[in-house]
Design a protein around this ligand. Structure first.
Ligand code: IDP
Ligand code: MG
Length: 150
């Protein structure tokens, strides 16, 4: 089953939206297989956002992401990467469609509440960057026969 990495960014934590955002993913049918909170280590964040190094918003992005604690979640489910990206909405919250997380809770370009891996290859890398194997939990759910098959 596919996995993806979600980060509830510092604005989501400060605005007390973590529960509301995780609830959306649970209601959709995802299984939480990893969950923790911390201030991100700068070195890990630089690796995570390496593709954006040098872009005009990069320094501000690092400052924002280091400004307070975040919540890391690994979600497992059918086509997790694509479905979670869809639930997040477009990058700039002011453009994100109503019904998406960014569309319902934000309006800023930068403070857009949530990160989600944008490909299965990125998901694999990002999960390994922020979680040790022992922090990922294998378990079955009683509703798997409804939620977990193609
Ligand atoms: P994504 O989070 O939707 O995948 P990316 O293009 O990967 O979007 O950008 C990473 C993050 O950098 C965004 O979520 C947002 O917080 C920030 N960001 C991207 N582009 C801009 C910009 O033009 N101005 C300010 N912040 C930006
Ligand atoms: Mg991205």
């Amino acid at each position: 089953m596919e996995r993806t990495l979600v980060i509830l960014k510092p604005d989501a934590v400060q605005r007390r939206l973590c529960g509301a955002l995780l609830e959306r993913f649970e209601h959709k049918g995802f299984k939480i297989v990893g969950l923790k909170m911390s201030v991100v280590e700068r070195a890990l964040l630089e690796k995570h956002y390496a593709a954006h190094a040098g872009k005009p918003f990069y320094k501000g992005l690092l400052r924002f992401m280091l400004s307070g604690p975040v919540v890391f979640a690994v979600l497992e489910g059918h086509r997790a990467v694509e479905v979670v990206r869809g639930m997040m909405g477009k990058t700039f919250a002011f453009e994100a469609a109503p019904g998406t997380i960014r569309g319902d809770y934000g309006i800023s370009n930068q403070f857009n509440l949530i990160h989600g891996s944008d490909s299965t290859a990125a998901a694999e890398k990002e999960i390994a960057l922020f979680f040790s194997p022992a922090e990922l939990v294998e378990y079955s759910m009683d509703d798997d026969r409804w939620m977990a098959s193609d």
